[in-house]
Design a protein around this ligand. Structure first.
Ligand code: IMP
Ligand code: MG
Length: 179
């Protein structure tokens, strides 16, 4: 499959869309089992999670709610700034609810740590995290709430399937890695 040029970098295919689809189906199946008789609130972290959220929710068969928040911390390059700012759209009522945070990728874990702290303040019944990708070697903090992981990957920058490089590449249906 062809390489993709985004701004000043070239990316090669890393995880094909069929693999993403099949793995997402497995995660959804597990969530359907784990949350049967519950009505979880899925909270997607924008922008990156929109594709994964759509694919996951498509396969969720139990009753559920879907919402999104936006956190601005990532400044468009290939390194996380580490400076987590505020949460936008955080007006959902999650007190006493079973929350499933949906992430595209957990890198340093700083974003998630910040969001989890904010969510815990609202006293949900439970919180867990579903992330399509996890970079174990980049993680700077233990996050026991990470329950559903699509793929553990090496500490390389990836794009596509919602994830961007300088705001480009979110539309790509496969996941790509920098060459
Ligand atoms: P963290 O706070 O370092 O865990 O990363 C926060 C956010 O940075 C993720 O939710 C992604 O949106 C973005 N990010 C981290 N690694 C990558 C990557 O390899 N490609 C694209 N975006 C990334
Ligand atoms: Mg994200």
């Amino acid at each position: 499959m062809k390489n993709v040029n985004l701004s000043d970098k070239v990316f090669k295919i890393f995880i094909p869309s069929l693999e993403i689809k099949s793995r997402t189906g497995q995660l959804a199946k597990q969530i359907n089992l784990d949350y049967q008789n519950k009505t979880p609130v899925f909270v997607g972290v924008l922008n990156g999670s929109f594709m994964f959220m759509a694919a996951l929710i498509n396969q969720i068969t139990i009753n559920c709610e879907v919402s999104f928040v936006k956190i601005s911390s990532y400044k468009g390059g290939t390194k996380t700034s580490g400076i987590v700012q505020e949460i936008l759209g955080f007006d959902i009522n999650i007190t006493g609810r079973d929350v499933v945070i949906v992430e595209d990728i957990v890198d340093t874990g700083k974003t998630l740590e910040f969001l989890l702290a904010k969510i815990m303040e609202l006293k949900p019944a439970s919180v867990c995290v579903a992330t399509l990708l996890l970079k174990p070697d980049a993680l700077q903090t233990q996050i026991p709430q990470i329950t559903y992981v699509g793929f553990e990957i090496e500490n390389h920058f990836v794009v596509g399937y919602g994830m961007d490089y300088k705001n480009l590449g979110r539309n790509l249906k496969h996941i790509y890695q920098v060459c």
